[in-house]
Design a binder for this molecule. Structure first.
Ligand SMILES: [Zn+2]
Length: 169
């Protein structure tokens, strides 16, 4: 995995992206409740592929799913992203699932450059750029660049990300 610090840092970006897209989808609710939940879910989702494979409920905390297999499955996370986005039309709770899926996809992207790779479809694929824990700064910077890109495009019609923040706060 990318270091867990990198996953946390990219998680903030995933949360921002999820929240921005959820607002774009029309998710407001009282006090932007669903937006905040989407954001929090993005944070949780960004580390999820790693904690989902640990038997955290047991005392030994062994892996019950082999590292970087089922919980790192690209199609699964992308499908979750797609269906939760669709479901938001019907119920705002889907914004939480959407945030979680955004985080999960972000996690896979952060793991992708490592030699171990990510099983996007079947079999692992790696960009083979650097070893785990190296170049965290690049991963984090790229995730934030992505978040900025989404924010600025979601509010293309005159509004800027700063306006969005003011709306939120
Ligand atoms: Zn991972």
């Amino acid at each position: 995995m990318a270091s867990s610090k990198a996953h946390h840092a990219t998680g903030w970006a995933a949360g921002v992206i999820a929240a921005a897209l959820a607002v774009r989808h029309g998710m407001h609710g009282p006090f932007y409740l669903w937006t905040w939940l989407a954001f929090a879910a993005g944070l949780a989702g960004a580390t999820a592929p790693d904690w989902l494979e640990v038997a955290w409920w047991s005392r030994k905390k062994r892996l019950w799913i082999t590292h970087r297999t089922a919980t790192h499955w690209g199609i699964g996370w992308l499908a979750a992203l797609f269906f939760s986005w669709q479901a938001m039309t019907h119920h705002p709770v889907a914004a939480v699932a959407f945030g979680f899926a955004c985080g999960g996809v972000m996690h896979l992207l952060a793991d992708w450059p490592n030699p171990l790779g990510v099983p996007w479809i079947i079999g692992r694929h790696s960009l083979n750029l650097w070893n785990s824990g190296h170049c965290d700064l690049i991963v984090v910077a790229a995730s934030w660049a992505g978040a900025w890109f989404v924010l600025s495009h979601v509010w293309m019609h005159g509004a800027t990300p700063l306006v969005f923040l003011r709306q939120l706060l």
